[in-house]
Design a protein around this ligand. Structure first.
Ligand code: ZN
Length: 336
């Protein structure tokens, strides 16, 4: 299989991904509650400017503005009939920016969760989920995305449904989950669970990993969890720029560029190959990350102590992968 991402991975030890989509669009005037995907048609220059933040900072790949571009999410904005169009244009704008860069930049078609809960807990059937992901994948493919990029997923069923939808579109892909609940996803998936889930798929992703979640420290603990499983597959690390804090009516991320540079180097040491940021990560963070990755030697896997010293404490004592699953819960209860 040849695609721009696989080809880059064959010649490079690490790749720099992009930063935030949502937080950067809010800085450009997107209002909370608006569908960012509508801007692909209504504000194409702003979307190209968003993509250029990553390209100008030296990123090797960026995600398209299509995270919420599935029928279920777009229905909230009466735009469920525009899935194909909005995704196609998200990728077309990306293609235009990537191709003008004069180097290989991968256009990764972002695909987020449906926002619905799948059966048997919720009401979304496997077949409907597959079809939603398939429809979005076709739009991104038509617009010229090099690969698809599933992100911020919590439920294993949804991860599997997306993989199936992408197979129907015949597209290579990457996939990350958000480990935001004491080292697990909201639906209880641990780092070790995701490694197994990925390898059991008939069409496994090119790379897999973690995005968003809590802060950069938690994300690195999750990356260590992936590499502890001995996976050969490229690991993706896209952590938030620090911890979200509510300030003057908006969410602010406290991570500085030097902190994100430290995070990037440690992510590589922990075993990640594709390294970027998530919420709060701006161009200045990416520039600092790239400089650190280029100038600093790779070293040993960081210990948990080293991570907390450099980036701050974890949001939970355990990451869910420890032996004897209920031991940490008991401990937590005793602490009251
Ligand atoms: Zn995020």
């Amino acid at each position: 299989m040849t695609n721009a991402l696989t080809r880059l991975l064959e010649t490079r030890d690490w790749l720099l991904a992009d930063g935030a989509t949502g937080t950067n669009l809010f800085n450009m005037g997107l209002m909370s509650g608006d569908a960012p995907e509508l801007w692909n048609v209504d504000e194409p220059e702003k979307i190209k400017a968003l993509y250029r933040i990553a390209v100008d900072a030296g990123s090797d790949l960026f995600l398209t503005n299509s995270f919420g571009g599935n029928a279920s999410r777009l229905k909230l904005h009466n735009a469920e009939k525009r899935v194909r169009e909005l995704n196609r244009i998200a990728a077309e704008l990306g293609r235009e920016v990537a191709d003008a860069s004069g180097r290989t930049v991968v256009v990764a078609g972002s695909v987020g969760p449906t926002g619905e809960i799948m059966q048997p807990v919720g009401s979304l059937s496997h077949e409907s989920a597959v079809e939603m992901f398939h429809e979005q994948a076709e739009g991104l493919k038509e617009g010229g995305a090099d690969v698809l990029w599933l992100e911020t997923i919590s439920a294993p069923e949804e991860f599997r449904a997306a993989a199936e939808g992408f197979a129907l579109a015949g597209m290579p892909w990457c996939g990350t989950m958000s480990f935001d609940t004491a080292g697990r996803t909201m639906m209880g998936v641990t780092s070790a669970d995701l490694v197994k889930l990925v390898e059991d798929l008939p069409n496994p992703p090119i790379g897999f990993g973690a995005n968003c979640g809590v802060g950069a420290s938690d994300l690195l603990r999750t990356v260590l969890g992936f590499s502890a499983q001995g996976t050969e597959r490229p690991i993706i690390s896209k952590g938030n720029a620090g911890i979200p804090k509510y300030e003057d009516g908006h969410i602010h991320y406290d991570g500085t560029p030097p902190l994100m540079a430290e995070y990037a180097v440690m992510a590589r040491d922990a075993g990640a190959t594709i390294i970027g940021g998530c919420c709060g990560t701006k161009g200045e963070h990416l520039v600092a990350m790239k400089e650190a990755l280029e100038t600093r030697e790779k070293s040993d896997r960081p210990s948990l102590e080293k991570i907390t010293e450099a980036l701050g404490g974890f949001s939970s004592a355990q990451d869910g992968t420890e032996e004897g699953g209920d031991a940490p819960k008991r401990r937590r209860r005793r602490r009251g």
